[in-house]
Structures are given as C-alpha cells and as structure tokens.
Design a protein. Structure first.
Length: 590
C-alpha cells in the first residue's frame, strides 16, 4: 500500500507535474475504448483520473476496465492541467486531472441502493436503511464535518475560560422531569430499573456543590416523547453550569460562544448584542415563546374593539373571557382566492382554533366573507392598528388566549415560509427572559414547574408565590434562533429551605421529595454555592447552521419519525431467556 499524497479534493498547483497517489471511491466511469475517465471521490471532493494504454501496463489497463461505481481504488500518476475547454468550473479541482501510472483495486462494490450524489430524490426511509451509503454523499459529509467544527469550537471556547469537562452517568435514577424516561432493567435486582438521563440536571448541580465551579459536557440525553423534525429520542446536549455568576454573566458567555461558533462555521461576524424579549412580549406579539424575528407580521390585539363590534362571533368571544387578534400579510392579497384563503383554516385547526376569518384591503374598503360586519369606523381603526394598506390581507382568530396565540403564531410562521418573507441564510438570535415559574396542568388540575423544580424564583417570598402562582416569574432564559429554541437555562435554587418550599408548592409531600430527590437535598445540607447554567441542543443548532429541514440530516445514525433505527432494525424483539434474566415477562405471554 502506497502512502496517500493528498486528498482528491485538495489537489492544487503545487502538485502539478509531480507523481502523486490518490485513494478513494469511484464516483463515475466513462469508457472511450483506449481511454477511461474516472471521477475519484473522497471526503474532500473529486479529482478526475485518466487511464490510457500509453501509460498503463496491459495488466493495469485491463484492471481499469473492471472499475465500476463505488469501487475503492488507489491510483498513482502525474497531475496535469486540463485543456482550457475541458475545465469543470463546478468543482474546485476542475482544472486538474491525474494521468494514472498504476492502479490498485481495494474493494469491489455492488450497484448501490441509492445514488451517491447531492440531488437525491428518494424516500427518506430508503436513505436511513442505507445510511452508510447515504453518508458518502458530499452534502452529508459536509454536515458531519460542520457538526465536528461546531463541537470543536465550543470545546475550545469553554476550555480557554476554565470550564472542566466532566462525564455524568448514563444509568441513573428515574425522576419526574417532564417527559417519559427510557427505563433499563437490571438482572441483579428484579423489578428495579435504571433510567437513561433526560438531562444531567441534578448531577451538574451536585458538581457545583462539589466545587467544580465551571462545568461542561457534550452529552447524550434521552426522552421518550412524540417526535418531529427537530426532535430525536436520543439527542446531544451542550450542558453548562457555573457557580457565582449572575444571569447576565452566564448569558454573556453563551452569547460570545455562539458568535464564535457562527464565525467559525459560517464565516459571519456578529458584532451587535443579541436582542432580548420577555416571555410575555413574545407571546403577546408572536404567539410563541420562540419567535422568529427575521420578519415582522406581529399579532395585534383587537379585543377592546371587539367588545362593541357588530360581529357577534368576535363580541361573544371577548365577553366570555377570550381574545381577538389579527395578523397582516402585506401586499399579497392577490395571491389568495376565497378558496385558498379559507383553506388556511387547516393550519390553525391543530391548535384548537374553531375558525379563521379574513378580509382583503381594497382601495374603497374591506372585501371578504366577514367584510359586511365592519362599518367605516371599524375599518379605519383596524387599518390603523394593523398598519394595513391596499393589497394586504388580514387574518383573524377569536378564541381563548392560549388558542389565539398558538394558532395565529403557527399561521404567521406558515405564511412567512410560504411567501419567502425572510432570508433563509440569516441567523437571528434572541434571548427570551422573565419566564413564568409555573404553568397550570389541566390534566392534574394543579400548577407544575414550567422548566424544572430547581429553577430559582425572581421573588423568594414563598407566601406571595402561593397566593399568585400564575404571576410568579423565574430567573430563567432561553436562547432562540430563527424560530427554534436552541437552549434553555436558569439560575438554580441553592438553599435547602427554599427547595423544600418549592417542592411543597408543586404538591410534593416530604416523603415524595426525599424519595425522588433525596441525594440533591442532602447535598444542599452541606452548602451549595449560588449557581446557574444552560443546556444547548447541539443537533438543532447544527441543523440551523447547515440550513437543513430536520435534525436527522446532521446526525450520523438517527432514528426515523417513529423513533425506529432502520439501519439496525431497532428496537427489536429479544429472546424470552433475556427477559427472564431481567425478571420481565411480556403482557399476554404464558
């Protein structure tokens, strides 16, 4: 085996006229009889190789005749410039070709199940079943390398600032953290289970109690929850915790780190500070706690006007404690017929909206199914409130506050994507702060922690928290990018008394709190420093930087939308002997 001189995609003028050795996969082959052209591919790109009878021995040329797509070969030869009319400007090595002197075939390949090319029109499940082949595609190689560059930049940044990488357990205790745990049985103790961690939250707080001061970990986490394009059952988290830092200081470190990541991966230098928005403002103006601020189209409240409206649906909704809000799709009224505008109700239905009303703004007034309910004064008021002009189309939702927010927020995002209202290459970061400490759970009929029960309240007056849990605010902060939450953090409770009181507020008995979190509470008895941190979703961050539609495109071996690994066919049935060893029995089995 001859030593490789350079990667195929990195050949340049310094190698011209020299004998070099390239190794890689055959992308394609063109046979002209006494002349064979091969595009040779490796992780860095392509180089054209020329096999001809003048340079090659008879044996090597016959070998070249055997080459097919995805064969793995080694070629030694002389690098030359292509003729001017033969240059391929589509690839960075398109000016060069290698005239082969010798050839070695390392591996032969069957016809691949998918084409090894970027523009691939094939079902995703076929790609996932053939993931090794899929990962050979240049686009996927670029995504994996982008992910590497992101993690390398994060590690370098944190290392230089005194953060210590500490591993925490994968087999741990099941604790209530908002999603279902993946449970792991053990043969040593029948009926007892480990849980795979949803996050290292409790361990990183214990590390602060241990005096580590600044911790980080790029770690696998597991949640058994319904999946979507930006979720996986196992995902990677950049976990960070610090002692003795304020919220502003923690946000400052994270902001600086993310700017460094963007600069290293996208070549974009962000100079200005990330904007900050309160949770209340985000919900009021965007209908979501993760606003995409690359475009405007804010939600406008019309409830005050609706109280005296002639439109009974609006008026009755507000009388029953609901809201009326609207958004303005500027200048695009002509894009919609009555049929296509009415069809947008399908966007808001999943959010429990009972309907979607709309009007177009014309030169002489409103036009549309509900236009007759707006008198002249109404139209003036609404046009002013929504900054509406001729050519705009206005969409209204009347319902309970949470339904209005979620449905109009979803419609806003849908319309922006459909009509390309933002630059897909733009990176719009945003801090969302002042989160509610609690949220009401209709199923259990009680308040639960919005983030987790270790989040510090802004007001440590427990009696006030008991009296007005709906108004309680947390020392919590999320980092949002292009409408995705890419990180969430908070300052933590660090005094045993306050933590006990928080558990009581959340409905835990002393016994339940000790059973679930006794090791944390006991640790607090020995003194915890003021501390706080954040967790960033690495997969989601890389997905956005790569401008990909879902996180499966930036994970080497992901699960599909049903949580299945199609490559290895997992999860799979195991033997009864294995189950018996773990003291388990399948429901319905003998």
């Amino acid at each position: 085996m001859t030593e490789r001189t350079v990667y195929c995609g990195l050949v340049n003028d310094q190698y011209l006229g020299k004998e070099i050795t390239l190794k890689g996969w055959v992308q394609k082959r063109r046979d002209l009889g006494s002349l064979i052209f091969v595009d040779l591919r490796d992780r860095e790109g392509f180089c054209q190789v020329v096999f001809n009878t003048e340079r090659l021995s008879k044996e090597d040329f016959e070998l070249a005749n055997l080459i097919r797509s995805e064969y793995i070969i080694e070629v030694t030869g002389e690098l030359a410039k292509r003729a001017d009319d033969q240059i391929n400007p589509q690839i960075k090595t398109g000016r060069y070709e290698l005239y082969a002197n010798s050839l070695t075939i390392y591996s032969r390949a069957k016809t691949p199940a998918i084409y090894i090319e970027n523009d691939l029109d094939v079902d995703e499940e076929v790609r996932l079943r053939n993931r090794m082949l899929d990962l050979r595609r240049p686009k996927m190689q670029a995504n994996i390398r982008l992910r590497h560059k992101v993690t390398r930049t994060i590690r370098n940044y944190l290392d230089e600032r005194g953060f210590i990488d500490v591993e925490t357990p994968m087999l741990t205790k099941s604790t209530p953290e908002g999603a279902r745990d993946y449970l792991v049985p053990t043969r040593r103790e029948g009926g007892a289970f480990f849980a795979l961690p949803q996050s290292p939250q409790l361990f990183k707080q214990l590390l602060m109690g241990a005096g580590i001061d600044r911790y980080y970990q790029i770690v696998k986490c597991f949640r058994d929850e319904d999946l979507r394009g930006d979720r996986q059952p196992e995902f990677t988290q950049v976990d960070i915790e610090t002692s003795f830092l304020s919220q502003r200081e923690i946000q400052g470190y994270i902001e600086e780190m993310l700017k460094e990541v963007v600069k290293e991966t996208r070549g974009i230098s962000i100079q200005e500070a990330f904007p900050t928005m309160t949770y209340a403002q985000a919900m009021e103006e965007y209908g979501t706690d993760k606003p995409d601020i690359r475009f405007d189209m804010k939600l406008k409240d019309l409830s005050q006007w609706a109280k005296t409206s002639e439109f009974g649906v609006f008026k009755n909704t507000v009388s029953n404690g609901g809201q009326v809000k609207a958004i303005n799709l500027k200048g695009l009224a002509d894009e919609y017929t009555r049929k296509t505008a009415d069809a947008l109700v399908d966007i808001v239905k999943p959010y429990k909206a009972k309907g979607l009303a709309w009007v177009k703004v014309l030169e002489d007034g409103f036009n549309g199914p509900i236009a007759k309910f707006f008198n002249g004064e109404d139209q003036v008021l609404i046009k002013k409130r929504l900054e509406a002009e001729k050519g705009d189309i206005l969409f209204f939702v009347a319902d309970q506050k949470d339904v209005v927010a979620s449905s109009l927020g979803a419609l806003r995002n849908h319309l922006a994507k459909k009509h390309a209202l933002y630059d897909t290459a733009e990176l719009a970061f945003l801090w969302v702060t002042d989160w509610p400490l609690f949220e009401y759970d209709d199923e259990t009929q009680r308040y639960v922690a919005m983030h987790h029960p270790f989040t510090a309240p802004q007001n440590d007056d427990v009696e006030a928290l008991k009296e007005n849990p709906a108004d309680a605010k947390a020392k919590a902060y999320d980092i949002v990018l292009n409408g995705y939450e890419v990180g969430g953090g908070s300052l933590r409770i660090y005094q045993r008394e306050m933590q006990d009181q928080m558990f009581e507020l959340l409905g835990f008995t002393d016994e339940e709190a000790r059973k679930q979190f006794g090791f944390l509470l006991e640790g607090m008895d020995y003194g915890f420093p003021p501390h706080g941190g954040i967790a960033l979703g690495l997969d989601r961050l890389v997905m956005i930087l790569a401008q990909e539609p879902n996180i499966r495109e930036v994970i080497a071996f992901p699960k599909n939308g049903r949580g299945h690994d199609l490559l290895t066919d997992a999860p799979s049935i195991v033997s009864m002997d294995q189950l018996a060893e773990l003291h388990l029995k399948l429901k319905g089995s003998d």
